[in-house]
Design a protein around this ligand. Structure first.
Ligand SMILES: *Cc1c(COP(=O)(O)O)cnc(C)c1O
Length: 388
């Protein structure tokens, strides 16, 4: 049973009911976050209860938003492996390196976590027409979960999104429109048309439950490390929902008394071809500016403006973390390094974390005896030449 109580604006704090579909805060237009009765849950929940549960993301159902488990739309969102990367760690002179390999999830990328949750909640609310602007992998994830739920998916993505995404969304029977522009242009089209078309907008962080799905990355990581956290987490950041979700996971776990107050330093990696968060971080700004002419082979990082930018920047700063940009050449090099040293066939986004780690080690911003977790957010299969 869920302990979900309501939604709260991440900026102004205005409360919104969780009993009906919601998008942004009706007062200030910022993202809403799900809140749970953690005090009550702490009285009855314990780690032993989890031991008997299936190893998938729904094992944390008390702090996930689905009310009736019958509404869960699942393709088997397995707990992803936390792989010790000893050979790569040794090569980099780093004591303890882990890679959380999200490529095992349905669709081959971690976007499945968020869209499984959003589609399950859509089912709970009786919604049937879902629209999404996407850089690529979110489109694929929505299209398969919508198909599984018998809903219609309306996809808007850049015309030069990876061909994997254009093909898979079509296979899954979604209505696909390729946009002459980027995810932000796609988002504008959805916002303009949704009311008239009767679509529910599941844009990340405009829809409050995708981040709850991504939160499970942080819950799993803590559980896999025996309810403690590493020194550093390096995450390839586009819309930033993964960072925001993990940060939220750690806060909830602390409130439940399952972990202490120590947090990992959270590090965002972006591409030098699209690095709005890196720029804002180093300029000391609380929000990011729109990044002109965004371009990178890491399609998931091609997000020129993120609606949750202030939340990402807060998490980086509160954690004592940082943000770093790496070039496409460094990413390609890191892809072959990951595959040849650890046998991990990663997407460019995942490899970007290796390139980011090397940069931070070079700058002596990570100690050689530290414990570092990299997120490989998808497999090599999602990496393909662009569509047109
Ligand atoms: C979307 C995506 C990202 C960026 O994730 P955010 O949580 O939106 O920052 C990283 N890697 C891949 C493979 C993606 O599809």
């Amino acid at each position: 049973m869920t302990y979900l109580t309501h939604l709260e604006c991440s900026l102004c704090g205005k409360l919104h009911p969780a009993t009906e579909p919601q998008n942004l805060c009706t007062a200030c237009g910022k993202p809403l976050l799900a809140r749970y009765d953690l005090k009550a849950l702490a009285q009855v929940w314990n780690k032993a209860i989890l031991a008997d549960r299936r190893e998938d993301m729904w094992r944390y159902r008390e702090i996930l938003p689905v009310t009736d488990l019958e509404n869960i739309v699942s393709l088997g969102e397995t707990m992803t492996p936390l792989l010790r990367a000893k050979r790569l760690g040794d090569a980099l002179n780093l004591k303890l390196l882990w890679i959380k390999d999200e490529s095992r999830l349905p669709t081959g990328a971690f976007k499945a976590r968020g869209l499984a949750m959003a589609v399950s909640k859509a089912k709970e609310f009786g919604l049937t027409e879902l629209a999404i602007p996407s850089a690529g992998n979110a489109a694929t994830a929505l299209s398969v979960y919508a198909a599984r739920a018998g809903m219609r998916a309306h996809i808007f993505m850049p015309k030069d999104a990876p061909s994997f995404n254009a093909k898979t969304t079509q296979l899954a029977g979604a209505q696909v429109e390729l946009v002459d522009g980027l995810i932000t242009d796609a988002g504008r089209i959805v916002a303009e048309r949704k009311e008239q078309e009767g679509w529910f907008d599941v844009s990340t962080l405009k829809e409050p439950y995708r981040v709850e799905g991504k939160k499970t990355m942080g819950l799993e990581l803590a559980e896999q490390l025996g309810w403690r956290l590493p020194d550093v987490i390096i995450y390839p950041t586009g819309g930033g929902t993964g960072i925001v979700g993990m940060w939220k996971a750690f806060e909830e776990l602390e409130r439940l008394g399952w972990i202490g107050s120590k947090r990992p330093r959270m590090v965002s990696v972006q591409s030098t071809g699209c690095a709005p968060i890196v720029k804002a971080f180093h300029e000391g700004n609380s929000e990011a500016e729109f990044w002109e002419n965004a371009s990178t082979i890491a399609a998931g990082l091609r997000v020129p403006k993120a609606i949750g930018d202030f939340l990402i920047l807060n998490a980086l700063r509160q954690s004592g973390g940082t943000a770093v940009a790496v070039s496409d050449a460094e990413i390609l090099n890191a892809m072959s390094e990951l595959a040849s040293s650890e046998g991990i066939l990663s997407c460019p986004e995942g490899a970007a974390t290796v390139a980011g780690l090397k940069t931070l080690l070079d700058r002596q911003m990570i100690e050689p005896d530290g414990e570092v977790v990299l997120f490989n957010t998808g497999g090599f299969a999602v990496y393909s030449e662009h569509n047109s």
